[in-house]
Every structure is written in C-alpha cells, then in structure tokens.
Design a protein around this ligand. Structure first.
Ligand code: ZN
Length: 136
C-alpha cells in the first residue's frame, strides 16, 4: 500500500493572503488598487493596467461551478476518493475562476452551474478553500 500523496501549497508573499484568509472565513483575492481588477492566480502586475499596487480583498465567497472533474486518486488533502475538483466562477468578475475541492455533494450529483459557497479546512498554517452547495 502506498501512502496517499498529498501536497499543501507553499506559502510566499504572493499567495499568503489566499491560503490564510480562511482563518478569518474570507476567500481573499488580489485586487488592483488603480483599476479594481481582481487577479487570480496572484501576479505581481495588474494584467489590465500594469499597475503594481495590488491589495488582497475578501470576495463574497459565493460562486457557480464552471466545470468539474471526479477524481479517483487520493491526491487532494481532506478528500477521500472519489471526490470532485471544480473550477468555480466567482461573481466578482467575468472570467475570475478558482480551482478547489467540491464537498457536501456526491460526485454523481454534481452539475455544471451548481451554486456554491466557500468553506475552509485548516492544515497546519494553510486554510484550504473548498466549495459546498450554497443551498445545502
Ligand atoms: Zn489595474
């Protein structure tokens, strides 16, 4: 038997806001001070205006499932296979999407367009975001 392969994100100054916002129950995404564009994954320069003044801000924590895949290998912390990994579209901005585990629903019941909300699980100094059905 091999041990489950599980990797936690490595924190640095560019992504710490994202992986620790869950301590305060917040899904935090980098935002441009100048033009207010949300930026994810984190980048040092705003792709819209080339601004460098970027500040993490909390999102609503709500989203809609854009696409998903059902995984049968134990590669994701906190999830026993089979489990669902989703790409969640955030309402804050067109095209703003994050990838996370989908919980609180059987993989066979997951549908594109599902309304979801963020929840967090803590592993060491990381708060992993997951999404569960918003009406659950
Ligand atoms: Zn900008």
């Amino acid at each position: 038997m091999s041990q489950p392969f599980r990797v936690l994100p490595r924190l640095d100054d560019s992504n710490r806001h994202y992986w620790t916002g869950g301590e305060h129950g917040e899904l935090r995404i980098l935002r441009c001070d100048a033009c207010r564009t949300w930026i994810h994954p984190p980048a040092p320069i705003c792709p819209s205006c080339r601004g460098r003044a970027l500040t993490p801000e909390p999102t609503s924590g709500l989203g809609e499932l854009h696409t998903f895949t059902v995984n049968h290998q134990p590669w994701y912390p906190g999830l026993e296979p089979p489990y669902t990994i989703g790409v969640v579209a955030l309402p804050e901005q067109e095209g703003l999407r994050i990838t996370a585990g989908i919980i609180g629903i059987e993989p066979g019941d997951v549908r594109i367009g599902l309304a979801v909300r963020v929840v967090f699980e803590q592993y060491d100094d990381v708060w992993l975001p997951f999404f569960e059905p918003a009406d659950g």
